[in-house]
Design a protein around this ligand. Sequence first.
Ligand SMILES: [Zn+2]
Length: 495
Amino acid sequence: MAAQPRVAVASVIQETNTFAARPSTLDDFTAQGLWVGAEAAERSAGTNTEIAGALAEIAAGGAGAVPVVRAWAMSGGVLDSHAFAYLRGLLFDGLVAAGPLDALVLCLHGALTAEGEPAADAALVEAAWAVLRPGTPLVVTHDLHANVTARLVGQVDALVGFRTYPHVDQGDTGRRGARIALRALGEGPRPGTVLAKRPMLVPAESQAVADPPMALLRRLADDATGGPILDVSLFPVQPWLDVPELGFGVTVTHSGDASAAQAVADAVAAAAWERRGEFAVHPVPVPAAVASVRAGTGRGPVLLVQSADSPTAGAAADSATVIAALLERAGRIRSYATVVDAPAVAACHAAGAGGTVETMVGATVDPRWSAPVRVTGTVTRLGADPVTLTGSAMTGQAVGMGRWSTLDTGTGLTVLLTERPAPTFDPAAYRHAGLDPAGADAVLVRSATLYRAGYGGGYSEAILLDLPGASTPRLDYLDFQHAPRPLYPIDGGVS
Ligand SMILES: [Zn+2]
């Protein structure tokens, strides 16, 4: 080891939804900035990200922090093979360019799936090993929604994950990983990580760490941490991932006693399995949800939560099912809904403000889950500017919706049509288009949990809708082909 050890940090992150219609491409990463070497450190500095946290912690620990690469994309479909080869090459070349290294912190999502490579995160670790000297400490960080594979755990000194959902501890997770990497450079036994898994899926809607049963599992994990147990991480997995080895994971990082660590991992995984029934969610059919809104008008906005079509979970946000229901059954309630539909946006822009448009909307990107619906209305507003988020999630971030238009159907429903998904987890998405959710009886939200942070207390009730989709809470609606079976809760009689 050099007098001042050189510890590298690399970050290649995307969450894959294998049920999404559109494959992810390199454009999805370049749109967010692909930063190599010093630029990766400079542009990440001060952000709440794993790479920034890890680099800062390494420097604070007296080691030389070596930035390698930062690649990030929004959740989406399976990564195409060209993009994956490119990203793997960036990591490999970056590590070669970095020169001799004493340790590596590799920040990965853990649910990245590429064409022909279902465990793409493990393949990235292998790419790193093609450069690193044998025996170099290697620590990986993961999102809480990772599907942890034995293949990856078998190649690393430590694996640590987010402790929060909604996620707010990206930077802290990078710092935790970096501390273990620095420890591995010191005297004493090398750290190690063990894994326990259970064949179960958890709907995203019931994974919030503040709520039971996740809160209880997190407490068990915290109680077990200390002494030789350096870290206990929970990985309930994002459920729209049809890959081998799919399941709820618990990793335990230890300072040399693998059997003690395995006992902890097994105990926490067993507790998750025992409580598997408590993760159930109870989505409501759309007609019943709309009837409930009609019965209680005037109490403040009801959020119609179509998490089945959530763009932050990789879905297309193009289902018009709720719009159809609001048109058919809403009567005199005031409602706002949004849908991705580029041709309809073009028709509105062609008609201009005040113009009348009759158009089909919906199912233009991913027609598997819904049918288009005919909408007639008056164009009330047109735009192309991004919306700046105002809620407590991603506050201040600007999100582009492409061109957009509002269409007043004259029935009480106004539709916000967008070319790219609107960030409906934040009321700013509608306000930006002149529609204030506070004045509506019902508002369509395409989000599993983030809306709780975005809306704060600004709604009277949130009704989870029973709908199919690439990010549906009804996991039994999805056709799993590659995941190990039986799998709870989609298969009966799993015990
Ligand atoms: Zn996540």
